[in-house]
Design a binder for this molecule. Structure first.
Ligand SMILES: [Zn+2]
Ligand SMILES: [Zn+2]
Length: 315
């Protein structure tokens, strides 16, 4: 029979465990240890389908308080603000300035005008710097032209917005080192994604090496860029995922995307400290392929640490 003190201690332990479990159940990870100065914030883990739980592809790599964004899927600015409200103060709208685009598919870029104009109107005064495959400079030019009515109204009307924040320095880049500052070295490498010119990126910070796939079928370049990297963020499609509107899905998938079985092989070859699965096909509401199925498919042949990324997770 336990005494009163033992009973109280047991209750405290159970309460703490329950709090930890409910924290995880909300899609929130326990914050990384304070010694890590690099944080990965998943701003969007979804696909083109407008899934309210999964915003379009966008990831923030935060180093010493500075955010570096990868892709601008729909919802990027609102998700960044949600992360800010949860305590990632580096993702204040005025700080959203540096962007790397993996490829010009719309699900990765329709948040680009949102990033340019919403953050400008909400107080970003420094230029946007954007890097991506050829075509990004032209896309940027046409976005600025498309919103000319808004620009004229906000700069020449009574709003009198600061024009410094309207500058977008877009760069079509070739594979190789594309960006470097005191926080990070960013290397672009080509990945196979059908007929698109697509890049994966490697971020080397003082404490972590992070590799992100973008959209890709299995890539030898990615494998050579993530040899025991700390974190690999990779797309995947369950072997069971079959969109109803694409009868040629298997042929398409083989040229554009990576299956869970292939991702397990990639993880075995690269051995990342942590594998984060994002940009995954879940299927329509009510017929979703579960996270557990994704994990089970990958764990058939891969024994390392793997998680299924959720919007607003922090690693
Ligand atoms: Zn794509
Ligand atoms: Zn995509």
């Amino acid at each position: 029979m336990c005494n009163r003190v033992q009973l109280l201690t047991a209750i405290r332990v159970i309460t703490a465990l329950a709090a930890l479990i409910s924290y995880s159940a909300l899609g929130q990870q326990v914050p990384p240890p304070a010694t890590k100065s690099t944080q990965i914030v998943l701003l969007g883990t979804g696909l083109p389908r407008p899934d309210p739980k999964r915003s379009g592809p966008a990831t923030a790599i935060v180093v010493n308080g500075a955010p570096y964004l990868v892709d601008a899927g729909p919802g990027i600015v609102r998700r960044a603000t949600a992360a800010y409200d949860k305590g990632v103060k580096a993702l204040a709208v005025a700080n959203l300035q540096t962007l790397f685009i993996t490829h010009l598919h719309s699900d990765h870029t329709v948040g680009y005008p949102d990033l340019i104009f919403t953050t400008w109107v909400q107080g970003r005064h420094r230029p946007i710097r954007a890097y991506g495959p050829p075509g990004l400079e032209a896309m940027t030019k046409y976005i600025m032209l498309a919103w000319q009515v808004d620009i004229d109204a906000r700069t020449k009307g009574l709003e009198q917005r600061d024009i410094n924040g309207l500058t977008v320095e877009a760069h079509d880049v070739k594979p190789g080192l594309v960006y470097e500052d005191s926080n990070v070295r960013v290397t672009a490498f080509p990945v196979p994604h059908g007929e698109l010119q697509a890049y994966g990126y490697k971020f080397q910070t003082p404490d972590r090496t992070v590799v992100i796939s973008g959209d890709t079928s299995p890539s030898a370049e990615l494998i050579s860029n993530c040899q025991k990297c700390d974190v690999l963020i990779h797309e995947a499609f369950s072997d069971d995922f079959k969109p109803a509107d694409m009868p040629n899905w298997l042929q398409y998938r083989s040229k554009y995307h990576t299956t869970t079985t292939q991702l397990a092989e990639i993880a075995n070859k690269t051995q990342p400290g942590l594998l984060i699965v994002y940009h995954r096909g879940v299927g329509p509401t009510g017929h979703e392929i579960s996270d557990e199925q994704y994990l089970a498919e990958i764990r058939r042949t891969y024994r390392g640490k793997v998680v299924i990324g959720q919007d607003l997770d922090v690693y």
